[in-house]
Design a protein around this ligand. Structure first.
Ligand SMILES: *Cc1c(COP(=O)(O)O)cnc(C)c1O
Length: 456
């Protein structure tokens, strides 16, 4: 019996095996050690039952447990999809300043709801509202958990049991099940559709307004475009109609750009400042799309309707936490500094030139060529994502790899299970890793993950 137990390897031998050791990067050394201890305990039981210990079987056992743990955990991944704001990959990466502020707020106490001058209680909304005013030109602002919550709060505060007028061209479903008609129904508001799918005129809105009308809602048709013979009503004309009739005009902008994307080589996207300048009463947008901040829903606009949102009981259920508010404030502060937007990863990614990306792609392809059937730099198209600019891509570069076994889908799956996981595009003939959403300092990790996946 003692003889069999002696064949069981020491824990340090298993921990030193590269197939086990590299998992520590994603899961942490304690989790790896725990999996090794566990596997050894089971091997001892089997050995006492007469089974010959096998090092390979132990490695497979540890790997299996760690794979399951990795699949269950949330951990960093490399985004090789070329979609910069990828909802499934967590949308916007934060600026270093925002991540630091988030960490600091999360790890300790903050003056979340206290005025340190007077010692009196105040609102968690107060400090961020001042930044929202400065960054957007609006009279006031409020923050909730996401843009869907912002729209729900607005409807709850203004439109329960009343009419909301929406153009038929804007009755959209945005990714993840956010459908304008459904959100309206949820909030107890009545949807009044006007116009047609491709054309809506000011007179359509004029005719629909009654004493029961609470709001006119404009929605950014985030993920599609209607082309051909189209007409919609200019925001300023809707605002003028709203002022004449005493009906508030709300715009769900979705993306919430504070800078002109045209300056970053993409197509122009309506900015929050433009919506505010058009006189829209309430403008709703996301924190983690083109703003490049944490997940949040932001409403800016005129002081009186924002005050009404603050007084709505539902706000309590939608309020953001201290870490989100800290990260959002740090992100907004960047917009108030000259050149500060370029410190936000999304804008740094958009700034990268195709030449610089091609150079990086060449370096990675050179390193991988000996291990693959082929590995070459490839011109690609990256997308901003997050519901912005659905049809307007940004010229980019990536690495296109064909593995020796000729199976790109299997390679993509191994990359996805890599350490760190690398999410690539497999188009059926090659695996393509677009470099625009990968920070240049991570190119070595891209090579390492590919090397392991190509050797497997
Ligand atoms: C993305 C989007 C939403 C939802 O935003 P979340 O922050 O994900 O809740 C709502 N409306 C529009 C127009 C959008 O583009």
């Amino acid at each position: 019996m003692t003889k069999t137990l002696r064949g069981i390897p020491a824990a340090h031998r298993l921990l030193a095996d590269p197939r086990v050791a590299r998992r520590a990067g994603v899961l942490g050394a304690p989790a790896v050690k725990a999996a090794v201890d566990d596997a050894l305990a089971r091997a001892r039981t089997r050995a006492l039952g007469g089974e010959e210990p096998s090092f390979e079987r132990l490695v497979a056992d540890v790997s299996g447990r760690l794979d399951a743990a990795a699949a269950a955990a949330l951990h960093p991944v490399l985004n090789g999809t070329g979609i910069l704001l990828h909802t499934n990959l967590g949308r916007a990466p934060l600026a270093a300043e925002a991540a630091a502020a988030m960490r600091e707020a999360a790890a300790g106490y903050t003056n979340l709801e206290v005025d340190l001058q007077s010692g009196a209680r105040d609102s968690r909304q107060d400090r961020v509202a001042a930044l929202l005013r400065d960054a957007t030109g609006a009279e006031d602002g409020i923050v909730v958990n996401n843009c869907a919550a912002a729209v729900l709060l607005i409807l709850d505060a203004f439109a329960r049991g009343r009419d909301v007028v929406v153009s038929r061209g804007e009755l959209v479903e945005i990714g993840g099940g956010f459908r304008v008609p459904d959100v309206l129904a949820r909030s107890g508001a009545r949807l009044v559709e006007v116009g047609t799918t491709n054309k809506t005129h000011l007179r359509d809105f004029e005719r629909a307004l009654t004493a029961d009308t609470a709001l006119v809602l404009r929605t950014h048709p985030s993920n599609y475009r209607i082309e051909g013979f189209t007409a919609d009503v200019a925001a300023r004309d809707l605002v003028a109609l709203g002022r004449r009739t005493g009906v508030a005009v709300v715009e769900d902008l979705g993306s919430g750009a504070l800078v002109d994307l045209a300056a970053y080589g993409a197509a122009h996207e309506r900015t929050v400042q433009e919506a505010v300048a058009d006189g829209i009463d309430l403008v709703a947008f996301s924190g983690d799309k083109l703003l490049g901040g944490p997940q949040a829903g932001i409403v800016v606009g005129r002081a009186a309707p924002i005050a009404r949102l603050r007084a709505t009981p539902l706000l309590r259920a939608l309020r953001p936490d201290k870490a989100t508010l800290a990260a959002l404030a740090a992100t907004l502060r960047l917009y108030l500094q000259p050149g500060g937007a370029d410190r936000i990863p999304l804008y740094a990614m958009l700034r990268a030139t195709p030449d610089a990306l091609r150079e990086r792609a060449r370096g990675i392809a050179d390193a991988l060529r000996p291990l693959a059937e082929s590995a070459e730099p490839a011109a690609t198209t990256a997308y901003v994502g997050g519901g912005a600019l659905p049809q307007s891509g940004v010229a980019s570069f990536g690495v296109a790899v064909l593995p020796a076994d000729g199976n790109p889908n299997a390679l993509a799956a191994r990359l996805r299970r890599g350490d760190p996981p690398l999410v690539a595009r497999a188009d059926g003939s090659v695996v393509v890793v677009d470099l625009r959403a990968i920070p240049p300092e991570r190119d070595r990790d891209v090579v390492a993950v590919f090397e392991r996946a190509l050797r497997a």
